[in-house]
Design a protein around this ligand. Structure first.
Ligand SMILES: Cc1cc2nc3c(=O)[nH]c(=O)nc-3n(C[C@H](O)[C@H](O)[C@H](O)COP(=O)(O)O)c2cc1C
Length: 301
């Protein structure tokens, strides 16, 4: 029997497949299609200390091999989230990872504190959203700011802290080392890459925000490269994401150094894709007589 379990920052996941923040809600919309108890973890949409309205529409567009979005982290705020989403997720035998967004360091810390007594397994801190004016990526592109905000959040968080990194930087390893130095328990990467699409018929931007974050198969090779580089640079575990739509894509990230993977954009065209990725990893392990998925993590040098 192939052992798919992995451990991240002391938290055991039954398999290395989770959902990518913002592409799966808190699983409510998907629970008719996917038994959430089969997932390694559900990673929720970003939640802030207060409700955020998000950006003006249109805020999503299709591109060749993926999509662009500038949702702007619309969310109902931590009060509604704690009342509505956490009790829902507790009905399932899966790990709960809450993605946290904020405009200031205090915003992030407030959410971390609110979640300290909740039945949540890990926090994923989004310092990498390209679609909000303050907070988000403005933290994630400066190594000093990354170290400081990580250290500050660590003071308030009870659960292990995963820092989610932006690919919109010159050297991802510098940012990854800064997060590690600040005390991050794990890293996740990559968030979306800033892009632009022009609607030639309307002669305007396809997205009201002008720019949007590119995700889906188009970004997968970039994610593999960044996970590989980061795995050589830090000791903490990495959760890899970016264009995963099949077990093969997930295995590439794992072999490059990811301890687990998240599936994002692919959920929109195949709500059951996460289960196919899990089954595909298991089949691969059986075919190649791999006893535990841990043998595959970072196996390619
Ligand atoms: C519509 C949409 C909303 C997203 N919302 C968030 C979010 O709230 N927080 C976050 O950290 N990442 C967010 N992301 C980024 C994804 O979690 C993921 O890092 C990225 O899309 C790359 O993975 P993919 O190519 O599999 O989608 C969002 C992505 C999409 C497409």
């Amino acid at each position: 029997m192939a052992d798919l379990s992995v451990k991240i920052a002391g938290v055991e996941l039954k398999n290395p497949v989770m959902t990518a923040s913002g592409t799966f809600g808190s699983g409510m919309e998907y629970s008719d299609f996917v038994d959430l108890s089969r997932l390694g973890a559900v990673v929720t949409k970003g939640v802030a200390n207060v409700p955020w309205p998000g950006n003006p529409t249109p805020r999503v567009a299709e591109i060749r091999s993926g999509m662009m979005n500038a949702i702007g982290l619309q969310n109902p705020g931590i009060d509604v989230f704690c009342k509505r989403d956490i009790p829902f997720l507790q009905n399932y035998d899966t790990r709960i990872i809450v993605n946290v967004c904020g405009r200031t360091t205090e915003d992030y810390c407030e959410v971390a504190e609110r979640l300290a007594e909740e039945p949540v397994d890990m926090l994923e801190i989004n310092i990498s959203c390209p679609n909000v004016k303050c907070g988000g990526i403005s933290f994630g592109q400066d190594p000093k700011a990354v170290e400081q905000i990580t250290a500050e959040i660590k003071k308030h968080a009870k659960q292990p802290v995963i820092m989610k990194l932006s690919p919109n930087v010159t050297d991802i390893t510098e940012i990854a080392r800064a997060a590690e130095a600040g005390g991050a328990d794990a890293l996740s990467m990559i968030n979306t890459l800033t892009g632009m699409k022009i609607d030639i018929n309307r002669r305007t931007f396809a997205i009201a925000n002008k720019t949007g974050g590119v995700s889906g198969p188009a970004v997968h090779p970039i994610a593999v490269r960044m996970v590989y580089q980061t795995a050589q640079a830090v000791k903490i575990p990495i959760i890899g994401m970016g264009g995963v739509a099949s077990a093969e894509d997930a295995l590439e990230l794992i072999l490059a150094g990811a301890s687990a993977v998240a599936v994002g954009t692919a959920n929109f065209h195949d709500p059951m894709v996460t289960l196919k990725v899990i089954d595909g990893i298991k089949e691969y392990m059986e075919r190649f007589h791999v006893g535990t998925v841990k043998e595959l993590i970072g196996a390619v040098h």
